[in-house]
Design a protein around this ligand. Structure first.
Ligand code: NAD
Length: 311
């Protein structure tokens, strides 16, 4: 019989609300922790309106809290803030970090383990990659369409008991999760995809489809994929570059109306995750002596856009 876990989600936006809602539906005791009072108050009043391919419903067995008001540490903490908010979120929610709390990051980008390991011993930090998509159209609303998967592993590479418990909990919510010793390949492959499509769309304000209609749109994105793959290989991570190229081509051909999250952030005047994606790739490239001129140029340009948005 499945063990119901005490789970907190730190950062209950699109992904955090999706995961929290599905885990609560699977009878885990879930608390959504966020600083967005409008979202939290609406969930307190109405429950979470969750729409997936299996239909629309209201999840009403969720607890919500601001970080500084959390009362008890969970068995499992899933961090789903944007990467640049991880540290502030963890610092303000120390009551979430008990002596036995395992922490999972499925955030995009690189550096997630290092950020969390400043607050929690590495043997209790899990890291992974998910292809589940989520949107948050309004307060107390979340939607997700299409299939996805999760691959995760402990940051120290050991198969601790909390890894199996976490995989089982996520699978009880039909989130299609596997413990994967090669998780870094999956993480870097997603970084390559995001470094290519997110930064170019954020700068040009093109949808994925508009980008593909430019004569050099595909060539530019594939150049970035090649740069990131070279850095990964030089860093000792085996990436399947052909697989990423296939994913990029598929997105260019089929996800034509999609606005990648970095473009959505720019349009909303929010800071982007460029530092955890292109920024982390450029830092890793310097460490292993690989040239990444396109990734670096896009990093500098998105930094300018971020700085302009901050004004
Ligand atoms: P989001 O912006 O919808 O949600 C982030 C949430 O964090 C917000 O509700 C925000 O209020 C909250 N937050 C910010 N600072 C906080 C703090 N100090 N304490 C507590 N909460 C705080 O972002 P998202 O789309 O859910 O993405 C989360 C992560 O998952 C990102 O790293 C993203 O790249 C990754 N990801 C997103 C998707 C997707 O489809 N949305 C898919 C895979 C991975």
């Amino acid at each position: 019989m499945l063990q119901a876990l005490d789970i907190a989600i730190l950062g209950a936006g699109a992904m955090g609300s999706l995961f929290g809602g599905l885990l609560a539906e699977a009878d885990h005791r879930v608390t959504l922790v966020d600083i967005d009072d409008t979202h939290l108050d609406a969930i307190r009043r109405e429950g979470l309106h969750l729409t997936t391919d299996t239909g629309s419903r209201v999840v009403s067995n969720l607890c919500v809290s601001r970080p500084e008001q959390v009362a008890a540490a969970p068995q499992l903490l899933i961090v789903f803030t944007k990467t640049m908010h991880t540290e502030a979120a963890l610092a303000s929610a120390q009551a979430l970090l008990g002596p036995h709390t395992a922490v999972l990051s499925l955030q995009n980008g690189l550096g997630n383990v290092e950020r969390i390991a400043r607050h929690v011993p590495r043997e209790r930090v899990m890291v992974g990659m998910t292809t589940w998509p989520a949107d948050k159209p309004g307060a107390a609303q979340v939607s997700s369409h299409g299939a996805g998967e999760i691959r995760l592993m402990n940051a120290d590479g050991e198969a601790h008991a909390h890894v199996r418990r976490t995989v089982d909990a996520l699978n009880s919510a039909a989130l299609n999760c596997t413990a994967d010793p090669d998780v870094w390949s999956a993480i870097w492959e997603k970084v390559a995809f995001n470094a290519a499509l997110n930064s170019v769309c954020a700068l040009t304000q093109c949808t994925v489809g508009e980008l593909s209609s430019l004569p050099d749109g595909e060539a530019l994105t594939l150049k970035i994929v090649a740069e990131v793959a070279a850095v990964a290989r030089a860093s000792g991570v085996a990436v399947d570059e052909a697989h990423v190229v296939g994913n990029v081509r598929h997105a260019l051909a089929n996800h034509r109306a999609h606005r990648p999250s970095m473009l959505q952030d720019v349009l909303a005047g929010r800071k982007t995750e460029i530092e955890a994606i292109n920024g982390a790739v450029v830092a890793a490239a310097h460490a292993v002596g690989v040239a990444v001129p396109c990734t670096d140029c896009l990093l500098q340009l998105v930094r300018l856009v971020d700085a302009r948005g901050a004004r």
